[in-house]
Design a protein around this ligand. Sequence first.
Ligand SMILES: Cc1ncc(COP(=O)(O)O)c(C=O)c1O
Length: 386
Amino acid sequence: MRPQTSIKAAQFTESVIREMSRVCSEHGGVNLAQGFPDFAAPLEMKRAAIRAIEADINQYAVTWGAPRLREAIAKRSSDYNRLDVDAQRNVTVCCGATEAMISAMLAVLNPGDEVIIFEPFYENYGPDCVLSGAVPRYVSLRAPDWSFDKQELEAAFGPRTRAIIVNTPHNPTGKVFDRGELQQIAELCRQHDCLAITDEIYEYILYDDSEHISIGSLEGMADRTITISGLSKTWSATGWRIGWCIASEEITGAIRKVHDFLTVGAAAPLQEAAADALAFDSGYFDQLRVDYTRRRDLLLSALTDCGFNAFTPRGAYYIMTDIRPLTEADDKSFAMDLVRDGGVATVPGSSFYANPADGSAIIRFCFSKEFATLERAARILRRRLS
Ligand SMILES: Cc1ncc(COP(=O)(O)O)c(C=O)c1O
């Protein structure tokens, strides 16, 4: 029999994060692997969803997004991200940032185009390149501040480069790209006539004095940037599958076509509730930041007490840790030992690198969890490792 599966599907494996979650539930551990909140989503947003279902908003929405939600996205992105957004021309609502990213890539990339990706990276970008026929080129972010080398970045741009993926605040490192770094990236995009595809799903989860800047707001970048975000992280609703992308009218036209044939559209009643959620006042976003700062500090102090070399995140909700002070084992065996017998699930660092050896001394902890969950994890870690 000839192979029954495609060459593309053979090029990526099941997510390591899901595997860790499975082992964790088998062993009754605390799951700090997968990046989803284990606490309630905002009550007002949930009530809005119930109202929408009761009002029989149960059929297909406009393929590229319910008008109210697109208006809310346009307003929020103009106010917060300083983007010039028209709801009719520039916004596409998708099934999460995940679908927004693959729709965007399928809309703008041709087979053989090169895409620059900062490494370590969020695990979807590799398979997204495979699915869109693009070739990834990696540029290193280096601990402790996860900065990049400007010359390395310049050298990555070549005649086949079509796009660079920016993810700020960054998963897995917690890096928040500053204005100077984004200006360097923007300059290279303009010079080489490339697009920036920017994943800003953690845009409101910021610590200390860090500031979120959208590369699309920088000079000359409006027409060469695709800005992606969504409901999952800021509104603690990863299962609602609501995301969006903002791009020029020309690019939006292509994204909408791809999106239509991939998924038709995101859940109609949840889009209505999302429109209400995007209109929350600043108190909601301020409280989110206060709560996440407490969660980060709780886990950071436990990890430091246990002897990890933990890199303090400036955004998003992950802590990368160097395990060398604790073990000679590699990331995978250390993470497996840690999760066994009611332990703590983490993500081995190798899953964030093209060459697994580059992440073999790192594991990632997620802290988008109830305080009680984090306290339990901290107790287990202190008992096992101190
Ligand atoms: C950087 C990044 N982008 C996108 C996503 C997924 O977003 P969504 O749930 O909107 O598809 C995640 C989830 O972990 C993420 O970390």
